[in-house]
Unconditional design. Structure first.
Length: 436
């Protein structure tokens, strides 16, 4: 311990390399909204909603093989700095090339962006563990998370101001420049570690586990097999072994709901006569609340029942989704910005941060006995549910209206809450991990 402290004092400023991620975060926090608004601008609200939902669905779908590919690539290429640099450099090229694309080109570029942006997530987390003493890991991961959150906020502020004076899609050019700046800062600030850790090390420590899933909510230590899914859900038939399958069912409902609601939210705001600046402002309000909530709610969650905290998060998100649907039915459209500025931060900011932290703590508690299969099943569930929700979202919105889409997302969260409450009766089970 003394050696670690001496090393920490000697290398105290080294963790500042995490701030090299801040410029690229300006782009990653806003690019999804930019892509959807641009597609709607090109095609009008009806066709634009369908194409925008396809763009989001392809983005989410590509993230699954991307997580698998870059995870195994990280295991084989022990060059953290090189992978991060290359990721940011290619991202810069992809972002700039959004300018001037048609609808098909925009969807294709957004899919490529999904694949490339996934490359840096695992190396960044491993780099902290490989270059910092253990007693500094939690603080370093917190700095990495804060740099990303602050970058997202600044990027959305820039976007909100930019669209008042300049063409929307031209925003992709400064985003590409920001990514290029992060690539240069990586060359300047990041050093290759003296020793190498395997990806499994991320799973063993809660700060690294949370930081990795926050950057990319998919992590495959191994590709799950059919037998892994059968084993994961087999315990549902028996009360004492139903903890993990019930947790998975709640997570499926949550991410299916998220895919349905979030995919159509920007097109809905656009159809409700909100300007591009107002739409970026609504998304900004949610990101600000979410960033603050992730920083400060860890202590709150640590002192309370995980199930109770999960239910609180689900309740807030449910109220946000159902409220969004009700106001879409009864409120004159230009005034929709008012409930949006309240309900979106409530659900996507506060509710999401609370649920995400509590549910990932439960996953962390179950993953230690068989990390490969458990994480593989979890990631496949999250990715598939989000992808399916994104696909459904556009079709539901066109066929039944945006209010129906929001209400459907809310009802799925009601189901997730019901499953979580049933989990509460199993909370006294000594070891949830045993059910895996």
């Amino acid at each position: 311990m003394g050696a670690d402290q001496t090393r920490a004092g000697r290398d105290g400023g080294r963790v500042n390399w995490v701030y090299s991620t801040l410029p690229v975060s300006l782009a990653t926090g806003s690019i999804g909204t930019l892509v959807q608004l641009y597609i709607i601008q090109l095609n009008g609200i009806t066709a634009g909603t369908l194409y925008a939902s396809l763009a989001v669905a392809f983005f989410n779908g590509v993230s699954i093989p991307a997580a698998i590919f870059w995870g195994f690539t990280t295991d084989r290429l022990h060059q953290r700095k090189a992978v991060i640099f290359a990721s940011y450099l290619v991202m810069a090229s992809v972002l700039v090339s959004f300018y001037g694309q048609d609808t098909v080109g925009t969807i294709a570029q957004y899919s490529v962006f999904s694949f490339i942006s996934a490359a840096a997530a695992t190396p960044l987390n491993l780099l902290i563990m490989e270059s910092e003493p253990k007693n500094r890991w939690a603080g370093a991961f917190a700095k990495l998370s804060m740099a990303s959150g602050v970058g997202n906020v600044i990027g959305l502020i820039l976007s909100t101001v930019w669209v008042q004076a300049f063409p929307l899609i031209l925003l992709s050019v400064p985003f590409g420049i920001f990514s290029f700046i992060s690539a240069i800062l990586t060359l300047w600030m990041v050093r290759e570690p003296a020793f190498i850790l395997e990806r499994e090390s991320i799973v063993l420590r809660r700060p690294s586990f949370f930081s990795r899933l926050l950057a990319l909510p998919l992590m495959f230590l191994s590709v799950p097999r059919v037998s892994d899914f059968k084993r994961a859900f087999r315990g549902l038939r028996y009360g004492l072994t139903s903890y993990l399958p019930l947790l998975y069912i709640s997570i499926i409902c949550f991410y299916l709901s998220s895919g349905i609601f979030n995919t159509s939210y920007v097109p809905a705001l656009s159809s409700f006569s909100l300007t591009s600046g107002e739409i970026f402002g609504v998304i900004l309000s949610g990101v600000v609340v979410q960033t603050l909530a992730f920083q400060y709610f860890g202590r709150y969650i640590g002192r309370r029942s995980l199930i109770a905290v999960t239910v609180v998060g689900l309740f807030l998100r449910t109220a946000s989704y159902l409220g969004s649907g009700v106001f879409a039915l009864i409120l004159p459209r230009p005034l929709y910005v008012l409930p949006a500025l309240v309900l979106y931060p409530l659900g996507s900011g506060l509710g999401f941060a609370i649920y995400y932290t509590a549910s990932n703590t439960m996953i962390f508690n179950t993953v230690k006995s068989s990390p490969g299969s458990t994480l593989g099943v979890y990631s496949a569930i999250v990715g598939t549910a989000t992808f399916a929700g994104s696909i459904l979202s556009g079709f539901v919105s066109i066929a039944f209206g945006f209010a129906a889409t929001f209400l459907a997302g809310g009802l799925l969260l009601v189901a997730a809450t019901g499953v979580a409450l049933r989990l509460g009766r199993l909370e006294s089970v000594p070891s949830p991990a045993a059910t895996s």
